[in-house]
Write a protein that binds this ligand. Structure first.
Ligand code: ME8
Length: 522
């Protein structure tokens, strides 16, 4: 049994509808998952929902619903959006599922048995909104607590704590010796800076059930429930364990109740996460795994935050981008394209409707769409849709683009891959202008030259469909359909020049990205 390329996303709090930031992260992971499949690997792509905790409980109660009923309802609409986005996840975890809860409890029981936890009393400030204890470091310079914490109360409470201090030296050493563990590198430096300049405080892992009961019960003390992070992070191993991953079976003493086929997944190859949850993934998660005797994930890929019109995305102020509305108006591939082309993985980005419309028009409609439509239409018009003999004039440009795109995909550089693909599109559109097939068609002495040009253009469209297939799967499939080539190939090696054969007949050209009246849509 070969180990699969195992890729995960953060699991989203189910206290509202999905927004642009959630969708962006899932699209990044989907494109990477699809790329690895194209490059010949077996992949397991996991995403899902984080359903416990006070925030979810509060929203449910405010809507007059039981938390479980509320989560069941919302989980359906999240899954529907992910289907709409074309995500190719292999499983979908919900932290309220039995298969997840069992693993959280097995892990807690093991770490408790082995002396990693202790019980202690804490007295201090607590933010109910963020479900977290606050220290003096969280105060504003004037001593007050920021309004983003909501109401801050004084609290005296006994809880269980996870001993972290002893882990600090090896973790620093590990991150120093594994420069790729956190990508991009400035995020890695941030983690190292934090670890070197602070003494880790032990992590509170429980909340009294009397105060918060919407959580996983602590197996060795049922008057407590698990605090959100010890629940949420464990999803990355609970699902492999449910798939009977041999790397986990022995370590956490857990027998799945359902007999799935056995998959080898852990350690994860890539956790895709946003910058706000970096500390949980680069400090707490590795320590939890090491304490349990499990190997660490190979890499964290940390993306930035989206704003809209230079302001925070927020439901309360109404400053939101609704992925469903965008997809309904512009199509799913246009949405996938924009978020990955506009924002490199790392920095923060800014959504503007005008910026979206401009990229749609310039790069999708006038760039890719126009190239495919005019190439196929000319073959229809001048050669009745039948391909002439193969020619290699654009082969070198196509091969070079494929080489560069492959390297970018392997390095998770998705924006760079799109830039490289669009360079090839621009080159091909220039080729139409330079060779002027409409003029060649009028000159009987240029029959052979026109044959060459038409072959090169149609073959470039085919190669582009393969290069784009991880990013714009529907568009790629439509190009293959219009070329009458059947199903899109599942391998990157199909970028090799010469897939179209002489005398193949193409299907009907149809615009891939209809031009929009920008005045109306902005
Ligand atoms: O943090 N731009 O859930 P979440 C880009 N349940 N990404 C954004 C974003 C924005 N404006 N807003 C949020 C949680 N995200 C936990 C995770 S994982 C074991 C538990 C990203 O719903 C955010 O960075 O608040 C995170 O990666 C994901 O969306 C879920 O955020």
């Amino acid at each position: 049994m070969d180990k699969r390329f195992y890729i995960t996303t953060a699991i989203d709090y189910v206290n509202g509808q999905p927004h642009l930031g959630h969708a962006y992260e899932k699209i990044i992971a989907d494109v990477i998952a699809r790329s690895h499949r194209l490059l010949g690997e077996e992949v397991f792509f996991l995403t899902g929902l984080d359903e416990h905790g006070q925030k979810v409980q509060q929203v449910a109660l405010s809507e007059g619903k039981e938390p479980q009923a509320y989560c069941d309802e919302l989980a359906q609409s999240w899954r529907a959006l992910w289907t709409k986005l074309g995500l190719t996840n292999d499983d979908f975890v919900r932290t309220t599922e039995q298969r997840h809860k069992q693993v959280v409890q097995a892990l807690l029981a093991k770490l408790h048995r082995e002396g990693h936890f202790y019980k202690a009393q804490y007295e201090g400030f607590y933010s109910a909104k963020e479900e977290t204890f606050l220290t003096d470091k969280d105060r504003n310079p004037d001593g007050s607590f920021d309004s983003s914490w909501g109401e801050v109360i004084r609290l005296k409470e006994e809880n269980y704590y996870f001993k972290l201090k002893e882990h600090q030296p090896w973790l620093i050493d590990y991150i120093e010796k594994n420069p790729d563990f956190v990508q991009p590198s400035y995020r890695r430096n941030e983690v190292l800076g934090f670890l070197k300049n602070n003494t880790l405080e032990d992590l509170c892992i429980t909340r009294p059930a009397s105060r918060l009961n919407w959580g996983i019960s602590i197996p060795f003390d049922t008057s407590y429930v698990t605090y959100v992070w010890f629940d949420a992070l464990v999803n990355y191993i609970s699902i492999p364990a449910a798939h009977r991953d041999p790397a986990l079976a022995d370590a956490i003493d857990f027998q799945p109740s359902t007999l799935n086929s056995q998959l080898s997944l852990w350690p994860a190859d890539l956790h895709v996460i946003g910058k706000d949850i970096l500390k949980f993934h680069s400090v707490y998660w590795p320590i939890m795994l090491k304490a349990a005797g499990l190997p660490l994930p190979k890499q964290l890929l940390v993306h930035g935050f989206w704003q809209k019109d230079n302001a925070k995305i927020s439901k309360t102020t109404g400053n939101i981008v609704d992925p469903v509305a965008i997809i309904d108006e512009w199509g799913i591939d246009a949405f996938r394209f924009y978020v990955l082309r506009e924002l490199d993985i790392g920095p923060d980005g800014n959504w503007t409707d005008a910026g979206f419309a401009a990229r749609y028009q310039a790069e999708l409609a006038n760039g890719l769409g126009n190239l495919v439509n005019r190439s196929l239409s000319m073959l229809k018009r001048y050669r009745n849709g039948v391909l002439p003999a193969a020619s290699t004039e654009l082969k070198q440009a196509a091969d070079e683009a494929a080489r560069k795109v492959e390297a970018s995909l392997r390095a998770n550089e998705l924006q760079a891959a799109l830039v490289q693909i669009w360079e090839l599109i621009t080159r091909a559109n220039q080729y139409v202008d330079q060779t002027a097939p409409f003029k060649l068609a009028k000159d009987p002495a240029q029959t052979q030259r026109l044959d060459e040009v038409l072959y090169n253009l149609c073959e470039i469209c085919r190669v582009l469909a393969v290069l784009l297939s991880a990013f714009l799967p529907n568009t790629s499939a439509r190009i293959y359909e219009q070329l009458a080539l059947g199903a899109l190939p599942q391998t990157f090696s199909a970028t090799q020049w010469g897939g179209l054969k002489a005398r193949d007949a193409i299907g009907e050209p149809a615009p891939l990205f209809p031009r929009k009246d920008l005045a109306k849509s902005s």
